[in-house]
Design a binder for this molecule. Structure first.
Ligand SMILES: [Zn+2]
Ligand SMILES: [Zn+2]
Ligand SMILES: [Zn+2]
Length: 243
């Protein structure tokens, strides 16, 4: 653990998984962060999105978008030495430093939006890029525009006591939840695991129950609630499970 808690800590994620169910947003967010962790391990450069109080709100990867509209991979390599590298400028436009842009409404706590029939994710992304001050981060509830993309070497993170390598992966502290969210394990695999004794009968039943809950139509307890009537929750409130 480091200051401000680990990005998307397990409790939040577990609530999110329960709340979003099989909705694509939550899983897409976690898979993106998994890719970010893999890229960081391969390159030795760790890119995180930090709040003004230095909470690490998410992990950034090569396909993550910048407020300029271009992916990180369209930006130059980060330069400099010391603890923090300089956020790179864009090779496709005049953008002078990479600034992360959320690409899913769930990242801003707007979990209800994708459920609307007329929801246009491209238009939503364009609005965020134009007015990042109008959107709040799910993790810390502070403005998107007040966040900073931080580029660090593995060594700098080690020195600062921040997690690196496997510990940097999302849900690293809760492997079972990690498998649930990020794994491609199907029920067949669970059968095989149970049959070979790799997991206990109790673990098997727990996982089957979890998978069933995730696969339920609508997935979330929100599905039948008054979407569009209740005031939209923001930030962490969006993660509160209601029954
Ligand atoms: Zn840019
Ligand atoms: Zn650009
Ligand atoms: Zn944040």
């Amino acid at each position: 653990m480091y200051a401000g808690g680990q990005a998307r800590d397990a409790k939040d994620v577990e609530s999110a998984v329960r709340a979003y169910g099989a909705a694509p947003g939550g899983t897409a967010m976690m898979k993106s962060e998994q890719k970010a962790a893999e890229e960081a391990m391969a390159s030795g450069i760790y890119v995180t999105w930090q709040s003004p109080d230095e909470r690490e709100c998410c992990r950034i990867q090569s396909n993550s978008s910048c407020l300029c509209g271009h992916a990180l991979k369209s930006h130059d390599a980060p330069k400099g030495g010391g603890a923090r590298l300089r956020p790179p400028g864009c090779s496709k436009c005049g953008c002078s430093r990479f600034r992360y842009a959320p690409t899913r409404p769930e990242e801003c706590g707007q979990w209800w939006l994708p459920r609307r029939k007329d929801f246009d994710v491209k238009a939503w992304r364009a609005r965020v890029r134009k007015n990042p001050q109008d959107y709040a981060c799910l993790n810390c509830d502070q403005k998107v525009s007040d966040h900073e993309a931080v580029f660090e070497t593995e060594r700098a993170r080690r020195d600062a006591g921040r997690p690196v390598r496997e510990a940097f992966a999302p849900l690293a502290s809760t492997p079972e939840l990690q498998a649930l969210v990020l794994g491609d394990e199907q029920e067949d695999d669970l059968e095989a695991l149970a049959a070979s004794g790799a997991i206990s009968a109790a673990a098997y039943h727990r996982r089957v129950a979890s998978a069933a809950a995730l696969a339920a139509p609508g997935g979330a307890p929100y599905a039948a609630t008054t979407v569009g009537v209740a005031p939209p929750p923001r930030g962490r409130g969006a993660y509160v499970r209601r029954r």
